[in-house]
Design a protein around this ligand. Structure first.
Ligand code: SAH
Length: 277
């Protein structure tokens, strides 16, 4: 259940600003390959219900299943069309283990290795739609430059790349960073960079970011994220909330006058950890 909006309580248990990590880039310079995990036919299929029914062949079958997932998201109250279109296009089954591919379009989180999970579509959709409601996104019609913390398998990174002008995604676990690079190999949408590092430090060289989104929850908002968020921009992150006794979704807006904070509903994300492995 959503809590009412409440005024900014700031600072949000700020952590001390840590020295910026060395700019060790693992840039993704994709080359086109036929299996890139975006399905252009899907876009058409979601727009034309008659094509969903007659879809045949692997590509369109998966487009059809995705179109149904989009219908469910819409029925669940996700009304942000660009976000829904992105869900229709990115092939979630390519980001999970082949043994789990049949569950890829169910509204469920799935293991991606090393005790981490890909979040369930409804939660990802909700977070992206919240980003899209920021002052800057409403003005620009896209998310601009985005910082993502917790690349995981790269699924949300792919969605973000369709909604922004550039995405920088940071993952602390090397094997997952590598997995995301491989999953996103051939991806040709927008400017996307993947970094292996501690996302709590953000990435100062490319700041400010119009939007920051985290897929792992901590006790407080790292100071670097606050420093690196642009005015008019929005941060969406799971955060431990003492009153709620668990994680909630924190929506933090940087305004000309300061900060506006909302805490929405209960969520269950993996912990935000420090350092990289
Ligand atoms: N959006 C991802 C979800 C991954 S789960 C996806 O689509 O797959 C969250 C991820 O956050 C995990 O991979 C975890 O290793 C990572 N993580 C946790 N703390 C982190 C930190 N400080 N910096 C970067 N990544 C972090």
């Amino acid at each position: 259940m959503n809590k009412p909006e409440r005024s900014a309580r700031f600072p949000l248990g700020l952590q001390h600003l840590q020295a910026a990590q060395p700019a060790r880039r693992a840039e993704l310079r994709p080359t086109l390959r036929p299996q890139a995990p975006v399905d252009h036919a899907a876009r058409e299929a979601t727009r034309d219900p008659s094509r969903r029914a007659s879809a045949s062949g692997l590509g369109l079958d998966s487009a059809t299943v995705r179109a149904r997932m989009v219908d469910r998201l819409r029925a669940d109250g996700v009304g942000c069309e660009p976000v829904l279109q992105a869900f229709a296009r990115v092939e979630r089954h390519r980001f999970v283990d082949s043994a789990l591919a049949t569950q890829a379009y169910e509204d469920t989180s799935l293991p991606i290795g090393l005790g981490q999970t890909i979040s369930k579509p409804s939660v990802v959709a909700r977070m992206l739609a919240l980003l899209y409601e920021s002052t800057l996104a409403r003005g620009a019609g896209n998310l601009g430059r985005v910082l993502e913390i917790g690349t995981g398998c790269g699924y949300q990174t792919a969605l973000l790349s369709l909604l922004s002008t550039s995405v920088l995604s940071i993952e602390r676990l090397r094997p997952l960073h590598d997995k995301a690079r491989s999953n996103l190999h051939g991806w040709r949408q927008g400017d996307m960079r993947l970094l292996h590092g501690d996302g709590r430090l953000g990435h100062a060289p490319w700041a400010p970011y119009q939007h920051i989104v985290a897929a792992a929850g901590g006790e407080s908002v790292p100071a670097a994220w606050l420093d690196q968020l642009a005015e008019g921009g929005r941060l969406v992150a799971p955060m431990f909330d003492e009153a709620a006794g668990g994680q909630v979704l924190l929506v933090l807006d940087r305004t000309a006058d300061g900060w506006r904070e909302r805490r929405i509903g209960a969520v269950h994300f993996v912990p935000l950890k420090s350092g990289r492995e």
